[in-house]
Design a protein around this ligand. Structure first.
Ligand code: GRG
Length: 292
């Protein structure tokens, strides 16, 4: 069960960023093989925390498919899926402790707290329209960006003593992470199940109002009632989909993601030039143009 998602079929977006960030930071300081091995462990731990959270997320959402195959809960049932997620998380914790650096333990433990808080934020909703977008962005940071931001920060701390470099790494990860989730929310409206490897319009079906819906609601205030009842009446999901596609919600969310990517690019450009820094700059473009 625990091996099931480690089959090389995920995008490995997080470990890729973490390895690139480690190398981009190491330019600022001469590092031993031991430090490089610890940074590699952080990349592995980031993917393990991500995978554990996917397994738990699919239990919470009662999801049937992910990455084009059946979910762990679908095959082995909910109880075993919860334990499989716990086991992956415990293996990640052991690997984290083995790095033997209390600052790194604290930085990556924050991620786990944020993931859980993010999931709780997603369970709740704001009645006040003005608070809705801030709530959505906070949820987005905690559920998606915190893992990327703090893993980037962790490898920068291991690689270089300069706090300015740590802040650049964190800010890059945070901005790329938020953009990544905004595009994920767009793809839920614009992509098909085959491409996504999971059902399309899944967010609406779960009662979630993401970026495209929140922007569409500014143009079509009649969507408010649907958002408040979490698209629970028959026909709500289809109607909300129509409103979003008639509005410029998708374009506005994409534009917002572009702004976060631009900020990420500005941050990473402060590091000394290296092929890895350039790859991280290029990666902000891939975040925006990805289709799965
Ligand atoms: C067990 C650590 C832990 C947390 C429990 C359930 C939960 C709290 C948090 C859910 C976090 C979650 C699943 C966020 C979604 C993040 C996201 C954008 C997932 C999709 O990532 P991709 O596209 O997936 O990188 P692949 O399949 O490519 O790895």
């Amino acid at each position: 069960m625990c091996d099931y998602y480690f089959d090389g079929k995920g995008k490995a977006f997080r470990p890729m960023i973490v390895v690139l960030m480690a190398r981009a930071c190491n330019i600022h300081h001469n590092n031993s093989r031991e430090v490089q091995a610890s940074q590699r462990s952080v990349a592995i731990i980031a993917e393990m925390i991500h995978t554990a959270s996917l397994v738990h997320d699919d239990v919470i959402d009662d999801a049937n498919s992910r990455r084009g195959k059946m979910t762990v809960n679908q095959i082995w049932g909910e109880r075993k899926a919860v334990l499989a997620g716990d086991f992956i998380l415990s293996a990640a914790s052991v690997a984290l402790a083995r790095i033997g650096n209390t600052t790194i333990i604290s930085v990556l433990s924050q991620v786990i707290e944020d993931l859980v808080r993010g999931e709780f934020l997603q369970l709740g909703s704001k009645e006040n329209e003005n608070e809705r977008f801030a709530h959505y962005l906070e949820k987005t940071f905690k559920k998606t960006a915190s893992l990327i931001a703090n893993s980037c920060k962790a490898v920068s701390i291991l690689g270089c003593p300069d706090p300015e470099v740590h802040e650049i790494a964190y800010q890059y990860g945070k901005n790329v992470g938020i953009a990544f989730q905004l595009i994920d929310d767009v793809l839920d409206f614009t992509s098909c199940a085959d491409q996504l490897g999971k059902p399309a319009a899944a967010d609406l079906k779960l009662g979630l109002a993401t970026g495209p819906v929140l922007f569409a609601c500014q143009q079509f205030p009649e969507m408010n009632a649907m958002i408040m009842r979490r698209f629970s009446l028959p026909g709500d999901v289809e109607r909300a989909q129509q409103y979003v596609l008639q509005s410029d919600g998708v374009q506005q969310t994409t534009y917002l993601a572009q702004r976060y990517c631009h900020e990420a690019m500005k941050e990473i450009s402060k590091l000394r030039p290296s092929p890895e820094r350039d790859a991280l700059i290029q990666l902000t473009e891939t975040v925006l143009t990805r289709d799965k």
